[in-house]
Design a protein around this ligand. Sequence first.
Ligand code: AMP
Length: 282
Amino acid sequence: MTAIALLPTVAALRAQVRLWRQEGQSVALVPTMGALHAGHISLVEMGKRRADRVVATIFVNPTQFAPTEDFSKYPRTLDADVARLTEISADAAFTPTAEDMYPEGFCTTVSLRGPATAGLEDRFRPTHFQGVATVVAKLLLQALPDVAIFGQKDFQQLAVIRQMTADLDIPVAIEGAPTVREADGLAMSSRNVYLSEEERAVAPLLHRCMTKAAHRIRDGEALEAALSPARGKLAGAGFEIDYLEVRDAMTLATVEGRHRKGLRMLVAARLGRTRLIDNIEV
Ligand code: AMP
């Protein structure tokens, strides 16, 4: 097994990408916060299909966490992550430090409207997307890959990144990859390790209720009439719902009435101290 290149600095990343470019090779970037699971691995696999070389980035970005959120306890498993990336023949891991990304005096951020202010995640995490967009802009400009891969699991984030990349003329193609789930339907997430045994048993209800509501909508039921029993069932099982909504899949704008094409159902709900998010096509 060839060990992957460990790139701890922006300079090392740029030198590696320059070398590949000189050899005429294309490059895919897969940004992550580490604690890698099969969802992340599927993004790397997609990167391998899209480009000659794949760089995974591992950086728990402090600026996308609110002070009340889980930055300090976010799972960090660097050695296991690097072993996993080696196993699946990724080419490199970029692992910058916070000091490298945000040196003394750093004071520029990306300002967002459009999908970033759709009233979903942004309502509950008002500073989140500014942190995400700024770090993703930096990562894209640091690596200048041909393509960058993001998960549909974070559906609003994917829309924000597509919009930003287009608006700022960042010359990188953005690709979305399908959500990878556990056998019982729970969307894989680094945060699932926070779930207690009892909560883990209840958690798949989220996907089950969404799937059922989506069926009812496809069968012609009005949106709210289909969502309302799902909300009730989830609340009864102990979920505290931040939102469960159907939106236009392209713009994330609100929609009313009945089924039409191009709809997405998005949910965020807390189960104990774990906040779960998910979404499915309607
Ligand atoms: P994170 O490490 O949680 O910031 O996620 C890094 C990337 O992996 C993001 O583009 C996520 O959308 C994506 N991702 C996370 N979970 C999944 C999953 N279950 N399936 C597919 N992609 C995922």
